[in-house]
Design a protein around this ligand. Structure first.
Ligand code: R2B
Ligand code: URA
Length: 313
């Protein structure tokens, strides 16, 4: 098995490299079509991209397009950024796959479901920020998850994204071989977000996040269209996870951490739990309760962003 590609012990707190792409081919290209976000870097567009995105300090992404549009509006309100009269917040680029908003120093986008979807967005947004000269941007995924031994509504701030064997590694198949990247979140960002969660007065936990390829069999649910294991098998799996320090289960953290750690990008993942998987598989809370839970990562991140901006000024 290939060794885990990792950086030195201090590398979980990145910013070692001034630039966050590792691809010599890009330098030879006259234009780069970032197809899925509907933006192109070329000729006179270069200047426009730098003007639009050069001051980006935070890239906040979550699964659903609606939730991220709502969050972008909250960022505008929290930072006092007014859109001119008659204009509303509007997405940038093509919206066929992802919506992207820029609110002051905060870039907001949805990433869809699963590591493949978040990976496409990460490649394109990272090139965009590189071209724009935004080299000091912290990336944060905000989302939902299933809790492991924590109450529904708990905000989990991930320390690592782990795979089905509870290893903090993101496996990427490249040219027929598996590359194993360390899936570690940035301790300083985790600590500052935990402080914000505490100040916000919300129930929160820090710990490992188990990332699965799907919602049903991968997460050990008993309620999928295919389930060829027993309830005992499921609980044995969840116990292994809990004993390893896993606090929640979702579908993106490990890929998000692996990509950012590789590129020295400060990174975090903040997910609310919708249920306690030790008690069931179905998301049974009322719509109102779930809407309330889904607001929590955003509330924590607004406080974190404001604190970081205040500290920088
Ligand atoms: C959490 O919620 C989605 C599945 O319902 C998935 O994107 C995830 O990680
Ligand atoms: N998202 C997941 O991936 N799993 C859950 O249990 C809840 C939300």
């Amino acid at each position: 098995m290939a060794p885990i590609e990792t950086l030195d012990a201090t590398a979980a707190t990145p910013m070692l490299a001034p630039h966050h792409v590792v691809n010599a081919h890009l330098r030879e290209m006259d234009a780069d079509v970032m197809y899925h976000i509907g933006l192109t870097w070329s000729g006179e567009d270069k200047l426009k991209l730098a003007q639009l995105f050069g001051d980006t300090k935070f890239f906040i992404t979550g699964g659903s397009a609606d939730r991220m549009a709502h969050f972008a509006k909250e960022v505008a309100a929290a930072l006092g950024i007014e859109t001119p009269y008659g204009y509303a917040l509007a997405p940038i680029g093509s919206t066929a796959r992802y919506v992207v908003y820029k609110v002051g120093p905060v870039l907001v986008a949805n990433h869809g479901m699963g590591v493949p979807s978040v990976s496409i967005l990460l490649h394109e947004v990272t090139k965009l920020l590189e071209y724009a000269g935004a080299h000091e941007c912290t990336y944060i995924r905000m989302g939902t998850s299933g809790g492991v031994g924590v109450e529904p509504g708990t905000v989990v701030i991930s320390t690592e994204g782990v795979n089905h064997e509870m290893e903090a590694v993101d496996e990427v198949a490249v040219l027929g071989k598996v590359v194993r990247r360390a899936a570690i979140f940035s301790p300083d960002v985790v600590a500052d977000i935990a402080k914000a969660a505490e100040e916000e007065g919300l129930p929160f936990a820090t710990g490992k996040t188990l990332t699965c390829n799907d919602f049903y069999e991968g997460q050990g649910r008993l309620d999928g269209a295919i389930c060829e294991y027993t309830a005992e098998d499921k609980f044995a799996f969840l116990k292994v996870a809990a004993d390893a320090g896993v606090k929640n289960i979702e579908m993106e953290a490990k890929g998000f951490a692996g990509f950012c750690h590789k590129l020295h990008i400060p990174v975090a993942c903040v997910c609310v739990t919708l249920l306690n998987r030790l008690l069931g598989d179905q998301v049974l809370s009322s719509h109102e309760t779930l809407v309330g839970y889904e607001q929590r990562p955003g509330a924590v991140l607004l406080r974190f962003i404001k604190a970081r901006l205040a500290a920088a000024n």
